[in-house]
Design a protein around this ligand. Structure first.
Ligand code: SF4
Ligand code: SF4
Ligand code: SF4
Length: 222
């Protein structure tokens, strides 16, 4: 990442996060601004080298028990190809705008955070029934074996965003393969990227409106 781009990100995505947190405080005080962000992430397959730093940072930041993962990477190419031809894909919660996990949860434990629109958990309400796991079409939820509550990637809502930082995976990626920001802000870096890059979403035909965008690998190196 260039220094200029770091500065740019600091002034956009982080600014949006900070603004949302301020909105949250205002909401608690009864002064609701009404602005609703739509946080999203881009995974750029052209840039990911499969180093796994994102995965490690996620588990450490969110205290995910050993052997369980909020996010992982799948290799989509043989290992014997040249490094430039290796393909990886991020596997994690798609942060659906219309999340089936929330719809089927009988207790409200799986919910949409009202200030940020992020799909997250209230562990104290989770009874471990696993309806949300069955209802998620992306197979990315699990029961945390320590908390005994269901869990999903929530863009580090309670760990990093809460202190005005980018998600741990984004901070850890040294190859610019991950971009995070508010797509409801037309001036955010992520909005500008999505406007000019061809990207795809997984199983969007289901009507889940996923907010994880993938930029597919365009051509093989020879
Ligand atoms: S990907 Fe699954 S866990 Fe994530 S919001 Fe969508 S339905 Fe819920
Ligand atoms: S396991 Fe927890 S979050 Fe999932 S549906 Fe049951 S109560 Fe809701
Ligand atoms: S840290 Fe970045 S380059 Fe490394 S595996 Fe994760 S997304 Fe790919």
């Amino acid at each position: 990442m260039t220094i200029d781009r770091r500065k740019f990100l600091a002034g956009t995505a982080l600014g949006a996060v900070t603004a949302v947190l301020l909105n949250k405080q205002e909401a608690k005080a009864g002064n609701v601004s009404g602005y609703k962000p739509r946080f999203a992430m881009i995974f750029d397959q052209n840039k990911c080298v499969g180093c796994g730093a994102c995965k490690e940072a996620c588990s450490e930041t969110n205290h995910v028990p050993a052997g369980q993962l909020r996010m992982t990477l799948e290799r989509q190419s043989p290992l014997d190809g040249t490094p430039g031809n290796r393909k990886y894909v991020r596997v994690s919660c798609q942060q659906c705008s219309e999340p089936p996990c929330v719809r089927v949860c009988p207790t409200g434990a799986a919910h949409i955070d009202p200030a940020t629109n992020i799909v997250t958990m209230d562990n104290s309400r989770c009874v471990g029934c696993k309806y949300c796991i069955a209802g998620c079409p992306y197979n990315v939820r699990f029961i945390n074996e320590e908390t005994k509550a269901a869990e999903n990637c929530d863009f580090c809502l309670h760990t990093k965003l809460a202190i005005g930082e980018q998600p741990a995976c984004v901070q850890a990626c040294r190859y610019d393969a991950l971009v995070f920001g508010d797509t409801n802000d037309p001036n955010s870096y992520i909005s500008k990227m999505l406007a000019v890059k061809n990207s795809v979403r997984v199983r969007a035909v289901l009507g889940t409106h996923p907010n994880l965008h993938y930029i597919p690998k365009l051509k093989e190196e020879v």
